[in-house]
Design a protein around this ligand. Sequence first.
Ligand SMILES: [Fe+2]
Length: 263
Amino acid sequence: MIDIHTHILPNIDDGSKSLQISLDTLSLMVEKGVKEVVLTPHYLSGAYDNSPQIINSAFIEFEKEVKRKKIDIILHKGTEVFLNNYVFHDDLIYKFAIDKTKFILVETNMQEIPDNIFTHLYNIAKNDYQPILAHPERYQDIIRNPNLALDFIHRNVLLQINAGSLLGMYGKRIKETAWELLNRGYAHFLASDNHCQNMEYVLPIAIEVIKENIDSYTSKLLTEINPAKIFSGEKIEFFYLSADSNYKKRSFFAKINDYFRKK
Ligand SMILES: [Fe+2]
């Protein structure tokens, strides 16, 4: 497993509140089979003012501690960037890319996706960077209309679903939306978005549930194959073979909607 979205870097955002909690969390992840983890503290101007320099020095310090404790996991430096006009000033956003790659984990307003979101995403893609939208299933607009996720994919945006969403940790509607996106093949990564709130690590649990409900190919694609491609530079497919195993359970109106969408 490679977990590409976590808030384990200590004392920097609403994630881990201490070095010890972070080290314990990493040890637990190693025990559960995680080989690599991307540390993605929030960047949101005015709320989480974690400049690339701040994140860089926090990362270096933390990596030293992890090595000192001999925790057998590869750490990658990343950020979860809240998209707004500010992050495009002086090309700041590109300094938040994951390690030395062109991939950037992004989020926006979950209550209402702003009108200029596609302009922002277009600017990122135009500069030859690859946006990954964190937890699309948690956006009210996508909950109301899962087809909107397809608009993101058509604009070269990769989608990362939260493991906890599939397990119902954010409520019923988000759970249903997460499964809907997954079943339609509108998901490229599954990650924990672990905030170190407790010593539970849900990524392996979600993998088991995907294996039961879909298959092991899908769980492996989202937690091993595609995450590894971030670092190998191999192409990640925007569209791939998906099971749509829940299709029969979907409502009559949803099927009608799909019918006209495909026409
Ligand atoms: Fe996050």
